[in-house]
Design a protein around this ligand. Structure first.
Ligand SMILES: CC(=O)SCCNC(=O)CCNC(=O)[C@H](O)C(C)(C)COP(=O)(O)OP(=O)(O)OC[C@H]1O[C@@H](n2cnc3c(N)ncnc32)[C@H](O)[C@@H]1OP(=O)(O)O
Ligand SMILES: CC(C)C(=O)C(=O)O
Length: 530
C-alpha cells in the first residue's frame, strides 16, 4: 500500500506558500519598533519578492500597530494580509477591523496547547482550550473566509490533544492550521514526525494547509522547517534575516535558497523572486537597526566572499568549486575576493587586472605581491586603496641607490628622541644614529648621516590611505636642495616607517636627478650635516 503521506506525492502536487512574519514576530525582536511608514516600505518589498502572506502585526497590541496593520491592508496588494490575535473576541474584532480592507484578508488566531502553558499561563483545562479554540475560529469565520489557527507550543503538546484540537478547529472553519515550535525545542526528525503524525491522525486534515512556524533557540529553525516541509507542511512561516522573538524565527532567505539550491532533492516550487533577497535583507536591517552577522548564511557580507588562496584559485578557475549558488541569484552583483594574509598570487594578480594594472611586468607583480603579503600580515584585510598605494610607491621608477634595512627609535615625552637607521647601498650596510626634535626628525637626521647628504625639509604630510586601526599611512615629504624640490612617498601601517621610506625615496630622487657627488657637496647657505 502506498504511504498516504509520501513526500513524492506531495511534491508532485503542491507549491510552497511563504508566510512572512517579519512585521509581527520579527518586530518582537527586542529593541525593534517599526512605524507605519516602515511597515509599508517592508511590506511593499515583500510583495515585490513574491511572498504569499504578510503578517503585518498584532492589531490589538497598540493603536500604532493597529494603524500599521490597517495601512498595510489598505495599501499593499498582491499578498494576503494577516493580523495575529489571541483566542479572544475583542482581539479578533480588532484584527478584523485592521485587515478588512485588504485584497485578501486573513485572521490569525492562536492559543497555547501544551501542558506547561495550560497549567501556568492560561490556567485552563484541555477541554476549555479546545472549546475556546473552536469557538474563536467560528467567531473569526463570521468576519473572514480565511482563518488561520495556531496551536502555540505545539511541539511540546501531547500529540493526542494536538490532533483533537486541530480536528475541531478545522470543523469550525479554519483554512490553515499552524504548528509552531514556539520555543525552538524540537529537532528535525522529531518535528518532521510530528507533521507526519498530524497528517496520519487528523481525519479532516486534507481540508486545510498545514503550516509551520519554527523558532531558532537551538539554531534548528530552518532545519525543522525543511523537515516539516518534507513531511507535508505547505505554508512556511519565516522572517527576513531570521528576526524574531529571542533567537528569532526561521530565516526566509535560508529556506528559499535551501529549496532552490537543492531542487534536485526537494523538487518543490514557490513564487519567491530570489533576486530580491539581498535588497530585502538590507532594507529590513536598515529599518529595524538589527545588523546582519557577517557569516550569516545567504545574506551575510561574507556569504559570497573568499579569502584563502586555495579557494580563490578554485573560484577563479571555476566558481562552482566553492560556490553552491551564485551571488546573482540573490541579487548581489558578484562574489567578493577578500585579500588578506591567506590569499594567494592568483587572486592578487586578478585584482591588479581588475584595478587596471595590466602592464606590470612579472617582476613588478612579484615585488608588489611580496609587499602585499607583508602588509597583509599586519592588516586584517588589504583594500584596493592599499594596493594602489603599494603599486604607486613602486611605480616611481627611480633607481633605489639607498634602501632601508632597519630602523630603531627611542622617543617619549621626557626624553630626547633618538633614531638608529641602517641603509643598504650597493650591497653594503651603513648605520648611523642621530637625535632630533621628535622621532621623525631624529630618523630623518640619521638617514642623512647614512647617506652623507643634506636636504632641506620643506613639507611633511601624513594621511590614512584606508580606515581602521590597521590603516595604511601614506607620508609625503617635499625636500629641497638649492631651490630644487624633490618629493618622496612612503606607505606603511607604521607612520614612522612610512616617514622613513618617504625620506629615503626623496633622497633617491634627488640622487637620480642631481647625482650623489653634487648632493654630497655642502649646499650654499646650508650648514653641513653634523
Ligand atoms: C508565541 C508568540 O509570539 S505569541 C505573540 C506574542 N506577542 C505579543 O504578546 C505582542 C502583543 N501583545 C500585547 O500587546 C499584549 O500582551 C496584549 C494586548 C495582547 C494583552 O495585553 P494584556 O491584556 O496587558 O495582558 P498580558 O500581556 O499581560 O497577559 C496576557 C493575557 O492574555 C492571556 N492569553 C495569552 N495568550 C492567549 C491566547 N492565545 N488566547 C487567549 N488568552 C491568551 C494570558 O493568559 C493573559 O491573561 P490574563 O490577563 O487573564 O492573565
Ligand atoms: C502565535 C504563534 C504563531 C507564534 O508566534 C509562536 O508560537 O511562536
Amino acid at each position: 500500500m502506498t504511504d498516504p503521506c509520501a513526500w513524492e506525492d506531495l511534491r508532485m502536487s503542491r507549491r510552497l506558500k511563504i508566510f512572512d512574519t517579519t512585521l509581527r514576530d520579527g518586530e518582537q525582536t527586542p529593541g525593534v519598533n517599526l512605524n507605519i511608514q516602515e511597515k509599508l516600505e517592508i511590506a511593499g518589498q515583500l510583495v515585490r519578492m513574491g511572498v504569499d502572506v504578510i503578517e503585518a502585526g498584532f492589531a490589538i497590541a497598540s493603536p500604532g500597530d493597529f494603524e500599521a496593520v490597517k495601512a498595510v491592508s489598505e495599501n499593499i496588494k498582491g499578498a494576503a494580509i494577516a493580523s495575529l490575535c489571541r483566542a479572544v473576541e475583542k482581539d479578533i474584532d480588532r484584527a478584523w477591523e485592521a485587515v478588512c480592507k485588504a485584497e485578501r484578508p486573513r485572521i490569525h488566531t492562536f492559543i497555547a496547547t501544551s501542558d506547561i502553558h495550560l497549567k501556568y499561563k492560561l490556567k485552563m483545562s484541555e477541554q476549555e482550550v479546545l472549546e475556546r479554540a473552536a469557538a474563536m475560529v467560528a467567531y473569526s469565520k463570521k468576519y473572514c473566509e480565511d482563518v488561520e489557527f495556531s496551536a502555540e507550543d505545539a511541539s511540546r503538546t501531547r500529540p493526542d490533544f494536538l490532533y483533537k484540537i486541530i480536528e475541531e478547529v478545522i470543523k469550525a472553519g479554519a483554512t490553515v492550521v499552524n504548528i509552531p515550535d514556539t520555543v525552538g525545542y524540537s529537532t528535525p526528525a522529531e518535528f518532521g514526525a510530528l507533521i507526519r503524525g498530524i497528517r496520519n491522525n487528523v481525519s479532516n486534515i486534507d481540508k486545510v494547509d498545514i503550516s509551520v512556524h519554527c523558532h531558532n533557540d537551538l539554531g534548528l529553525a530552518v532545519a525543522n522547517t525543511l523537515a516539516a516541509m518534507e513531511n507535508g507542511a505547505v505554508q512556511l512561516e519565516c522572517t527576513v534575516n531570521g528576526l524574531g522573538e529571542r533567537a528569532g524565527n526561521a530565516s526566509m532567505e535560508e529556506i528559499i535558497m535551501g529549496v532552490n539550491t537543492r531542487k534536485d532533492f526537494y523538487n518543490i516550487t514557490h513564487k519567491i523572486d530570489t533576486t530580491q533577497i539581498y535588497r530585502t535583507s538590507k532594507l529590513v536591517s536598515s529599518l529595524t537597526g538589527v545588523a546582519v552577522q557577517p557569516n550569516k548564511a545567504i545574506v551575510g557580507v561574507n556569504a559570497f566572499a573568499h579569502e584563502s588562496g586555495i579557494h580563490q584559485h578554485g573560484v577563479l578557475a571555476e566558481k562552482t568549486t566553492y560556490e553552491i549558488m551564485t551571488p546573482e541569484s540573490i541579487g548581489l552583483a558578484q562574489n567578493r575576493m577578500v585579500l588578506g594574509k591567506l590569499s594567494g598570487r592568483h587572486a592578487f594578480e586578478e585584482r591588479l587586472k581588475e584595478m587596471g594594472y595590466c602592464s606590470l611586468s612579472t617582476e613588478e607583480i612579484q615585488k608588489a605581491f611580496e609587499k602585499f603579503k607583508s602588509l597583509a600580515d599586519k592588516k586584517k584585510v588589504v583594500l584596493d586603496r592599499d594596493i594602489e598605494a603599494l603599486i604607486e610607491e613602486k611605480a616611481s621608477k627611480i633607481p633605489e641607490v639607498f634602501e632601508l634595512d632597519s630602523f630603531q627609535i627611542n622617543s617619549g615625552n621626557k626624553v630626547v628622541s633618538t633614531a638608529m637607521v641602517s641603509l643598504i647601498k650597493e650591497g653594503n650596510k651603513v648605520s648611523e644614529a642621530a637625535t632630533g626634535d621628535g622621532p621623525v626628525d631624529a630618523a630623518f637626521n640619521a638617514i642623512e648621516r647614512c647617506a652623507g647628504i643634506s636636504l632641506e625639509l620643506e613639507d611633511y604630510g601624513l594621511k590614512a590611505v584606508t580606515e581602521g586601526k590597521d590603516a595604511l599611512g601614506e607620508v609625503t615629504v617635499r625636500v629641497s636642495r638649492e631651490g630644487q624640490i624633490f618629493v618622496g612617498k612612503g606607505v606603511s601601517t607604521d607612520v614612522i616607517e612610512a616617514s622613513v621610506k618617504a625620506y629615503i625615496n626623496a633622497i633617491n630622487r634627488a640622487v637620480s636627478e642631481l647625482g650623489e657627488e653634487e648632493l654630497k657637496r655642502p649646499a650654499s647657505g646650508v650648514s653641513e650635516v653634523l
